[in-house]
Design a binder for this molecule. Structure first.
Ligand SMILES: [Zn+2]
Length: 391
């Protein structure tokens, strides 16, 4: 029951066991999910309440499951699967009514293959909650692995790029396109462009299709002593498919508008999507120094966010209110200027097309790196001086 990002070296994705032939069937009070695996692996499963679901954990797996496979039957509302950490994958089964696990196994079959199955049985609410309580007690106290830190003697500015979602958490899905893939492609392109200039040390919170918890993303920014933290997302608004354009968000306790508040609430659910029961850690560190750091961080964040809006606005379509704020968990580091860019709306057919176009991506990446350059050369220097005099 890991609750954090693994830092060890994982196997290459092509060495993972392959899962195929997912099938979900109901017989009487029982629902059974099966998959064929290219090898026999160890699996573990437990139930979790609010939202009610079953979590199956196994070694990293390459899921090659048809997207049109049936996903809901009986009390199972649906299921998802994907990488959870460098060496673990998860299958998350959503329950519309309480159920408990009667069996989970990988049975060896001919040719070295394994047949994975998990069998769920209708249960009373009380029995379900008792099971969930046991699993929760076991999960408590799972240690967080140490994260990399900024190397001593490093003089370049550190920019942390944070592609949202990943692995078991796809983010917004519109037809077969997932937010996690769109924002990873963008993050990688941005990293490449920033590194080409030689001025920055660029760290990615993830550079493949894996899950990273929100608290680990925040911790990575702080541990790396990032000078900027840029979270990349792509929103959707299914009820208004004509809404388009990019938005730059900063953190504030009170949202600028209802839509921003709703979006932050949705993005803050990312850990829950992966079956993690975490809450935003209070990043408050008492003391005058932290107060100063927080004030300075807010000023720098504002300067950078305005830079971004200006540069992005010069090359791509922006939302009609392009600079907004809300209580985004991932932007909570008190000492790291942090912004979140929603690249566009995947729900808009036009935006969706652009988000997948290398040409559009190139333009947007160039605009973001221009905003970073101008922040570090011109604006931040003068803001820094003003802050010195004021304090
Ligand atoms: Zn997102």
């Amino acid at each position: 029951m890991a609750s954090s990002q693994a830092s060890g070296e994982g196997k290459a994705a092509n060495e993972y066991p392959v899962a195929t032939d997912a099938r979900i069937e109901q017989s009487g009070e029982t629902v059974r999910l099966t998959m064929m695996l290219s090898s026999v692996v160890a699996v573990e499963a437990w139930v979790q309440a609010a939202p009610d679901r079953v979590i199956v954990e196994m070694p990293s797996t390459n899921f090659q499951i048809q997207s049109n496979t049936r996903k809901s039957v009986g009390f199972v509302g649906g299921y998802r699967y994907g990488l959870f950490t460098a060496d673990k994958a998860r299958i998350i089964i959503d329950l519309s009514q309480p159920a408990t696990i009667s069996k989970v196994e990988v049975k060896p079959v001919r040719g070295g293959f394994g047949e994975f199955s998990v069998e769920l049985k209708r249960a009373t609410r009380a029995d379900f909650l008792a099971e969930a309580g046991k699993a929760k007690a076991q999960a408590q106290g799972a240690a967080q692995p140490p994260l990399a830190a900024k190397p001593a003697g490093e003089t370049r500015r550190t920019v942390v790029i944070d592609p949202g979602h990943g692995g078991i958490d796809p983010g917004t899905m519109v037809s077969s396109i997932s937010e996690k893939a769109v924002v990873l492609a963008f993050g990688k392109a941005l990293k490449e462009q920033l590194e080409a200039g030689g001025r920055y040390r660029v760290v990615m919170t993830r550079d493949d299709d894996r899950f990273v918890s929100l608290s680990d993303r925040v911790r990575m920014g702080r541990n790396e002593q990032a000078d900027l933290f840029i979270s990349i997302h792509a929103d959707s608004l299914m009820q208004a498919q004509d809404v388009r354009g990019a938005t730059v968000y900063t953190r504030s306790e009170r949202a600028t508008d209802a839509e921003a508040a709703k979006l932050a609430a949705k993005e803050n659910e990312a850990d829950a999507a992966a079956g993690l029961e975490t809450r935003e850690e209070v990043q408050d560190v008492a003391g005058i120094l932290m107060d100063l750091a927080r004030r300075e961080t807010r000023t720098f964040t504002g300067v950078f966010a305005r830079n971004l809006v200006e540069k992005l606005g010069g090359s791509i379509k922006m939302h009609k209110i392009p600079l907004r704020s809300a209580r985004f968990w991932v932007l909570s580091a008190p000492d790291v200027p942090s912004v979140l860019i929603e690249l566009g709306y995947m729900s808009s057919p036009k935006d969706a097309e652009l988000l997948n176009s290398p040409e559009w991506r190139g333009k947007a990446v160039t605009a973001v790196s221009a905003a970073i350059d101008s922040y570090f050369t011109r604006e931040r220097a003068s803001v820094g001086k003003a802050a010195e005099f004021r304090d």
